[in-house]
Design a protein around this ligand. Structure first.
Ligand code: ATP
Ligand code: MG
Length: 246
């Protein structure tokens, strides 16, 4: 199995599927493996990664300042409290460059010379702000939940990403609760995965520790979701790790 590449674009179509959670936790796991990882917060206006990593006070510049030549690229990059994990914060308001494939592509290619992984956390939706990095991304991670609405938006997003030149797509099914699926008669996991048309790279169970970790900025270390993120990081690096039992 080969490595899936260095520039990962995380998207979901529908909001709240777990893009930022995935970006932070998968980034952390890759950094624990000794990789130098840069998280790019592409969610202008709604910025969340600086809060989730408890580094808001360090965020003096952002990606918009780089595009507008208000600061050097290195000046806007924050070293987080986690070794090997860095953050490029999102602007506080809309930034047109983030919807510009060429501008985003140029910056990502420049950054890929310094970092082993670049993980771009995109806003909800399927517009230009989400798809701009598609041509430069080695892999688009489509995050979905098991509800039919989420599955449909993942399928639509995948279609658009392919049209915009995305090379590889992989699915992360997040907040999976096997009991709830049975109780509410939701489509089973295989049907949900097929519905997205995207190859699965991991299933992340519903886990209360995720919300707690997000709220405090502490890394997720224990529990089933932590294991799931660890497994996905290993798979991204080309290792074979069997899916966990739900
Ligand atoms: N596996 C999980 N188990 C429990 N809660 C989770 C899990 N994944 C995400 N959450 C919770 O779901 C909520 C939404 O997650 P997150 O902010 O990562 O989604 P998002 O896709 O980035 O949202 P947005 O579209 O607004 O950017 C958060 O409260 C988060 O803590
Ligand atoms: Mg988010």
């Amino acid at each position: 199995m080969g490595q899936l590449g260095r520039i990962l674009l995380v998207a979901s179509g529908k909001g709240g599927a777990g893009k930022s959670t995935f970006s932070v936790n998968c980034g952390t796991e890759l950094s624990r493996r000794g990789r130098k990882v840069l998280l790019i917060d592409g969610d202008a206006g709604l910025r969340s990664l600086d809060l989730m990593l408890a580094v808001s006070d360090k965020a003096l510049f952002d990606i918009g300042d780089i595009f507008a030549s208000r600061c050097e690229t290195e000046k806007a990059i924050i070293q987080t409290n986690r070794p090997n994990l860095f953050l490029l914060p999102a602007p506080q308001s809309n930034c047109e460059y983030l919807a510009d494939s060429e501008a985003v592509g140029r910056l990502c290619s420049e950054l890929a010379r310094t970092f082993d992984y670049i993980i771009i956390d995109s806003p909800a939706g399927v517009g230009d702000y989400v798809t701009a990095p598609a041509p430069v991304a080695d892999c688009v991670i489509v995050v979905a939940n098991t509800e039919p609405v989420s599955i449909r938006s993942a399928e639509r997003l995948a279609q658009i990403m392919r049209m915009k030149g995305a090379k590889n797509l992989r699915l992360v099914l997040n907040r999976v609760d096997a009991k709830l699926i049975r109780k509410n008669n939701l489509p089973d996991l295989d049907a949900a995965i097929d519905g997205t048309t995207v190859q699965l790279i991991g299933i992340v169970p519903e886990d209360k520790r995720v919300t707690a970790a997000t709220a405090t900025g502490e890394p997720l270390t224990k529990g089933r979701a932590a294991t799931a993120f660890k497994n996905i990081a290993a798979r991204l690096e080309g290792e074979y790790v069997p899916l966990m039992k739900l």
